[in-house]
Design a binder for this molecule. Structure first.
Ligand code: BGC
Length: 755
């Protein structure tokens, strides 16, 4: 039964409406029983249900119900598979219905600015297109079960250090191009029921007070229809928050702030309409949930555990392989490293799941009767190099046909609440891997980590398999991949740099006591490494398979685009190898006319294709003018200059297989605001002002001695090149100083150019 929200709002007292804008406790909204408005429950995710009972806390201290832990965002993003993400969402949505949870607090989509961010394991990517498309798919999945999502943390929450107070300082262009699009795509494509605002400030203003963020951008520009909730405890000024469009404060009890809202309305500092707008948006979702409640839903933990195994297998990334993988079932294998026995499969903090069942790779191997020995080699919590343990591992590796080392980061290094200090594996693991590789050329390294690690031993390893934090099914999934029952098909949604200091945020992470400067601008991840020509360990988009693929026949629906064109790009992908597999087709765009300050190329779309042996499928993707554009601050809009753009298709950012150029024309014009400090270079670049300026330049060159005789002393001192440069970078205000015009003539010139 649909509710008349307007009627409900008119029946509620001001005090009751204010009370709806804050939680009752950690996980519930407030009820207004007199009018039949119940409380609803929200719970963390995002990669499983973390439903806590009454004594809630958001840091995982109190126990939550037993649930199923699926692969974390770092892993599911690597699948590049929207269907997988949707499937995960549907499963969690169903679990929420079974447990009467109305909104799951996720997905978490912040961009991985630095590999050190403690929460990278939950986040998707260094690339905004991957983060946006994958989160939209997850949201569609959850919400198809009539359960809400709360996409988080909006915005620029890219570190844990001082996350509750730090001011992220970035240009509007950087924010719009890198840090917003994941949220923008999710809102435009999937309308999450809720958006969670971040703790931090953006350019000096707390997200929870920020009207530009929560209303102008989120609602007016993107069309968001749901409610905004604070991150837990992120309120700064509750009354300003209501003005800004911050609907719900969590956690409860929020009586003091509810009273401030009432008082502000009574004193005329806050309009009652603003309170109504917030309450209305919350009520809409409360009743959306209740009106289509599915009382028949069942949380089948066994079935969902199987799904967790399946998903983990589809996310894993084979980083390198000399043919050692997959292993035949009769080879003698030495498993080394405590993670073989106790896999690390999830991160710490609010997303921590009380897992139903965890099976290690060693248990799977035993169950299947594999010929596997086990040597601990290092303990999960160890850091110091243990020569005796290494010697034992080396001996085991030597007597086997293949050594498989299960390496990774311990819980204590990667968690919500704090960042990593470095990008290394614990020293005992690096030393062990190097020693085993030296003794056994067929050494495979399996990684359990939520974010890149330095791999100084990579060139000595026969194969490296990134399992990420793969959820409770990661042990069995690893077994299936090692032995070829599953063909790996993940690709990296983030770059593995050679070393931490190569990362573009290195000099500005995590900032000073009060702020962090995003000085690298739009050059995040591969956008930076490519432009700097820095070698990386494994590039963004990279991932191998046990089979081979080819990509052919790149076709474009047109080679001439304008502001209104939707370009269709098609490409044929064939499985040319020896087993079924799945390939990730990646479409990048490069501006060929050298607009300053643009990455060499940027990912704009991708597709995952399952292919049987010998099968060919045609993949279709679409591009619009927005995909060619950068955010032009002078225009306050997306802008692609007229010119040539190259479309590049490949299976990794460093492996482009097909290219085609298109020409683009735009009607958009970047407005020119001519003033005294406008330089001639800018005016020359504009067809409207160029002729006027060329004349002036001629005069200026003469005045500056540009017409001095060849070989004269004047010519030797001031070359033509220098005169030209002086004129090119000359602000208009300086022209009178060189005698080319009077102050009055200058004022007239500026007026004419602006006209
Ligand atoms: C986290 C959120 C989480 C909330 C509730 C906060 O500390 O940043 O991601 O949803 O707690 O647990």
């Amino acid at each position: 039964m649909a509710r008349d929200i307007k009627k409900l709002l008119s029946d509620l007292t001001l005090e009751e409406k204010a009370s709806l804008l804050g939680g009752k406790d950690f996980w519930h909204t407030k009820a207004v029983e007199r009018l039949g408005i119940p409380a609803i429950m929200v719970s963390d995710g995002p990669h499983g249900l973390r439903k806590q009972d009454q004594k809630g806390d958001h840091l995982g201290v109190n126990e939550s119900i037993e649930a199923v832990c699926f692969p974390a965002g770092c892993a599911t993003a690597a699948s590049f598979d929207r269907d997988l993400e949707r499937e995960l969402g549907e499963t969690i949505g169903n679990e929420c219905q079974a447990e009467d949870v109305a909104v799951v607090l996720g997905p978490a989509v912040n961009i991985k600015r630095s590999p050190l961010c403690g929460r990278n394991f939950e986040y998707f990517s260094e690339d905004p297109v991957v983060a946006g498309k994958m989160s939209a798919a997850y949201i569609r999945g959850v919400q198809s079960k009539n359960v809400g999502t709360s996409i988080k943390h909006f915005a620029l929450n890219n570190q844990e250090t001082r996350r509750m107070s730090v001011s992220a300082e970035a240009s509007e262009r950087t924010i719009r191009e890198i840090y917003f699009p994941a949220f923008e795509t999710a809102v435009k494509e999937a309308q999450p029921w809720s958006v969670m605002c971040s703790y931090n400030k953006i350019n000096g203003t707390y997200s929870s007070d920020n009207e530009w963020l929560l209303t102008q951008v989120l609602r007016d520009d993107w069309g968001f229809e749901g409610f905004v909730v604070t991150d837990w405890g992120a309120v700064d000024d509750r009354v300003q928050g209501v003005r800004a469009g911050l609907d719900l404060e969590m956690p409860g009890d929020t009586k003091a702030n509810d009273a401030k809202i009432v008082e502000a309305v009574k004193e005329g500092r806050l309009s009652e309409e603003a309170v109504d707008a917030c309450a209305g948006r919350i009520l809409e979702k409360i009743f959306s949930y209740l009106d289509k409640r599915d009382e028949t839903a069942v949380f089948d933990r066994e079935a969902d555990h199987k799904k967790a195994i399946d998903l983990a297998g589809r996310c894993a990334v084979l980083l390198q392989n000399d043919g050692t993988l997959p292993m035949k079932s009769d080879v003698k294998v030495a498993y080394i490293g405590e993670f073989a026995e106790t896999p690390r499969y999830q991160g710490g903090g609010s997303s921590h799941i009380h897992s139903h069942k965890v099976e290690s790779a060693l248990e799977s191997a035993k169950k299947k009767g594999r010929s596997v020995t086990y040597t601990k080699g290092f303990g999960i919590a160890d850091t110091a190099v243990d020569e005796a343990a290494i010697a034992e591992a080396v001996a085991a590796a030597k007597t086997a046909d293949v050594a498989v080392i299960f390496a990774g980061l311990p819980d204590s290094i990667e968690s919500e609440g704090y960042d990593r200090d470095d990008m290394k594996l614990p020293a005992c693991q690096d030393a062990l891997i190097a020693a085993v590789c030296a003794a056994q050329p067929r050494t495979v390294v399996v990684l359990h980590n939520g974010s890149p690690v330095e791999c100084p031993w990579a060139d000595q390893a026969a194969a490296v398999l990134e399992m990420y934090l793969g959820g409770e099914g990661v042990g069995e999934a690893t077994d299936r991949i090692l032995y070829g029952e599953v063909n790996p098909s993940g690709h990296l949604a983030e770059t593995f740099p050679m070393k931490l200091s190569d990362n573009p945020s290195y000099l500005n992470f995590p900032g000073t006591l009060r702020s962090v400067d995003y000085q690298e601008g739009v050059f995040v991840g591969y956008r930076y490494y490519e432009k700097k020509e820095l070698p990386v360990r494994w590039a963004f988009g990279h991932g191998l398979s046990y089979t081979t693929f080819s990509m052919n026949n790149l076709r474009l629906s047109t080679e001439e685009m304008d502001d209104d064109t939707t370009l269709t790009v098609t490409v044929d992908v064939t499985n040319t190898g020896k087993m079924a597999g799945a390939e990730v087709v990646q479409l990048y765009v490069a501006d060929k006319d050298g607009t300053p300050q643009r990455p060499l190329k940027e990912l704009k779309d991708f597709a995952k294709v399952d292919l049987a042996l010998g099968e060919t499928k045609t993949v279709t993707m679409q591009l619009t003018a927005r995909d060619l554009s950068y955010f032009e601050e002078d225009l306050g809009d997306w802008f692609a200059p007229s010119g040539t753009y190259e479309l590049q298709v490949g299976d990794a950012s460093d492996h482009i297989l097909l290219k085609k150029e298109i020409s683009f024309t735009t009607e958009k014009v970047v407005p020119l605001h001519v003033a005294g400090d406008t330089i001639t270079e800018e005016l020359l670049a504009n067809p409207k002002t160029a002729p006027v300026i060329q004349e002036l330049i001629k005069k200026g060159m003469a005045a500056m001695g540009g017409d001095a005789a060849e070989g004269s002393a004047a010519k030797e001192a001031i070359s033509d090149k220098m005169t030209k440069a002086m004129m090119l970078y000359m602000p208009l205000k300086s022209l009178p100083s060189f005698g080319t015009m009077t102050d009055e003539e200058l004022a007239g010139l500026i007026a004419k150019l602006n006209g």
